[in-house]
Design a protein around this ligand. Structure first.
Ligand SMILES: O=C(O)CCC(=O)C(=O)O
Length: 257
């Protein structure tokens, strides 16, 4: 898998890689200054963020849920033109499902390989209902817990991963973005270094399925009012045609006015 460069990659190239491998890495999406500012912001949020409660979250890992109530650092990435261009092709109508900061601490073990669309009771194969993006704010290396992906497994129907399933470590510099399909098996890697690894997933779902997190309740309406309209839509103030998500027969954006 080649690593694409943000300055030259096209939406179609990313979509082709997602079709072939289930994931695609684009480097140079955020500048070093942007990475630093976002990192500083999230390090502040992590001061009051508890450690995980189970193997999946990771007992040595902190996860920042309800991200859009806690920081403005990922307002821009959520509506990045490359991201929206890819989502327009893969999911067509979509919204944010699980935007989560993930700070994998030293000594954390590898997360179980899973698919992000596994939360929906849909038999495989099915139209893609989830697309994820991982935004590293530290350089991701195999040693510090770079997300592991099992290439090609988005095409599996009945197969399940086991210890012999080939995976790659999504190694990439901070400021990159890794796209991965909701149907591809993946998981956070083990962190065998003495420093934590910080990344943010912005996970999107088709707007006809329920998002993992309920942003309409989680993000205060006075905060949502300050955001750009596209981000408001991504946070649930949207309609899936013809009228899924209406409130009393009206578009939910009316309730922000
Ligand atoms: O932290 C990572 O690298 C991936 C985490 C993940 O896949 C998840 O929590 O669902």
């Amino acid at each position: 898998m080649v690593h694409f460069q943000a300055a030259s990659v096209s939406v179609d190239e990313v979509v082709a890689a997602l079709d072939a491998d289930g994931y695609a890495i684009v480097e140079g999406v955020l500048s070093p200054e942007e990475v630093q500012a976002k990192r500083d912001d999230l390090i502040g949020v992590l001061q009051s963020t508890p450690a995980g409660r189970n193997d999946f979250e990771g007992f040595k890992t902190q996860r920042i849920y309800n991200l859009y109530a806690k920081t403005r650092a990922f307002d821009g990435p959520a509506v990045h033109p490359l991201v929206l261009g890819v989502l327009d092709k893969v999911l067509v109508n979509y919204q944010l499902s699980a935007p989560v900061g993930i700070h994998i601490g030293p000594g954390e073990t590898a997360q179980i390989l899973h698919t992000d669309d596994g939360v929906y009771p849909l038999p495989r194969p099915h139209a893609e209902v989830v697309m994820n993006t991982m935004w590293p704010l530290d350089p991701f290396t195999e040693a510090n817990g770079a997300t592991r992906v099992a290439p090609g497994t988005h095409k599996w129907v009945d197969q399940r991963p086991d210890a012999d399933t080939p995976t790659i470590a999504g190694e990439m510099p901070a400021g990159s973005v890794m796209f991965f399909r909701g149907s591809v098996y993946h998981g956070g890697g083990a962190n065998t270094t003495d420093k934590p690894r910080l990344g943010v997933i912005l996970e999107y779902c088709a707007s006809w399925v329920r998002p993992q997190e309920n942003h309409v309740i989680g993000v205060p309406r006075e905060v949502v009012r300050t955001l750009e309209p596209r981000l408001q839509e991504l946070l649930g103030y949207n309609i899936h045609p013809p009228f899924l998500g209406n409130v009393d027969g009206r578009h939910p954006r009316k309730y922000l006015e």
